[in-house]
Ligand binder design. Structure first.
Ligand code: AN7
Length: 360
């Protein structure tokens, strides 16, 4: 071997392989992986400049996971545990991303997946994913919160493993995102902003950062959790019966881990706020302008940061901030194409095209 060549990097085997020793998983766990995790932490200095400048801003792009969302981190753990204890089927309620992730990991493990989705509000790419991976997709004439209550009951009555984030192993797996951020930056950021729906992710990040602080003294971030105005039970202080938002992933009125989300915000000396659908869509556009296309819910964390800066409640100067973008834009193409003017059709002639392209 040529001694000048760089050494082969250690092959990457997914989050359980890399961080399993830090996760509280039972002995019987049998790893099922699609090599999730190890997602990019992308610097976005130009976006930081438009938000006032003088600070470091990174996007943790979780849309780069195998099924296009952060859910894969928790799902590898939940499915690995379920397989190890002999489960033959798994079930979840979902606004879409959990469904696609559960379906993929169940397929990988040879298990049956059943997903309950709220009627008509699941983005096309997520539903297509669940179907493609072979899940049984059941649509109910009700909300995500109704679906969640039902799958809890079904899993109590039948030998079907529940893989929503009520399942503690989901949280264990999702802690790995916090570990990765600390490992990449060398310490925890000053602030972490992220969207909040059922509140599993914020709970997992806070647990992960706390664990790393205890182990490595890596510091703790303040956490800014962001809900959509029409689905903001944690800001209002009570459940929302009919949650409504363009960010369908976080269209949740009664977060299962709401108490823990509030605790994470309080203990970290952060906060949970709400932003409008317009602010979410505007931030989706700004991120796309950086070459990072995320689904609407995923833009909520940064939209919240922009909101707080604009209101003069947040001074980012000198800080290092990480925004978690939880899912890929490809999951929800309709939100873009719905408002898009269909491209005009021209004859395939050089003079015509030159005229069109160079017009202004
Ligand atoms: C892109 O898939 O709840 O606060 O059923 O898909 O941990 O719930 C999705 C949630 C943020 C909120 N961003 O995370 C589901 C589901 C995206 C999401 C969230 C979701 P949590």
């Amino acid at each position: 071997m040529n001694a000048d060549l760089p050494q082969q990097p250690t092959p990457y085997h997914g989050v359980l392989h890399r961080y399993g020793h830090l996760l509280d998983l039972p002995e019987h766990t049998r790893p099922i992986t699609l090599l999730e995790g190890d997602t990019h932490l992308i610097p976005v200095p130009r976006l930081a400049e438009t938000l006032g400048g003088g600070f470091e801003l990174f996007v943790k792009f979780e849309g780069l996971n195998p099924t296009g969302s952060f859910k894969d981190r928790g799902m590898t753990a939940a499915i690995s545990e379920a397989v190890g204890r002999g489960a033959k089927a798994v079930i979840c309620a979902s606004t879409g991303n959990t469904a696609a992730s559960a379906a993929a990991y169940a397929a990988r493990a040879g298990l049956k997946a059943i997903v309950l989705i709220p009627q008509g509000k699941v983005a096309a790419g997520k539903l297509a994913g669940a179907v493609a991976y072979g899940a049984q997709v059941v649509q109910i004439d009700g909300s995500f919160d109704d679906a969640l209550a039902l799958v809890v009951e079904i899993s109590n009555r039948h030998p079907i493993a529940l893989v929503n984030s009520i399942n503690p192993y989901r949280i264990e797996g999702q802690k790995t995102a916090a570990f990765e951020i600390c490992d990449t930056l060398g310490r925890a950021p000053d602030w972490l902003c992220l969207p909040v729906g059922n509140a599993g992710n914020i709970t997992a990040y806070w647990a992960g950062f706390r664990q790393y602080e205890a182990l490595h003294g890596s510091g703790l971030p303040h956490i800014l959790g962001v809900q959509a105005e029409g689905a903001a039970p944690l800001v209002l202080g009570h459940p929302v019966k009919h949650p409504e938002t363009v960010a369908t992933a976080i269209r949740i009125g009664k977060p299962a881990r709401g108490e823990q989300a509030l605790q994470a915000a309080e203990e970290s000396q952060g906060r949970i706020i709400a932003v409008s659908d317009d602010e979410i869509l505007a931030m989706q556009k700004r991120l796309a302008g950086e070459g990072i296309w995320v689904e609407p819910a995923s833009a909520a964390g940064l939209a919240g940061l922009a909101h707080e800066i604009a209101a003069g409640r947040f001074h980012p100067q000198g800080k290092r901030i990480v925004a978690v973008c939880t899912g890929h834009g490809l999951k929800d193409p309709d939100i873009i194409t719905k408002h898009m003017v269909a491209p005009q059709i021209f004859p395939p002639r050089l003079d015509v095209l030159e005229d069109v392209i160079l017009r202004d």
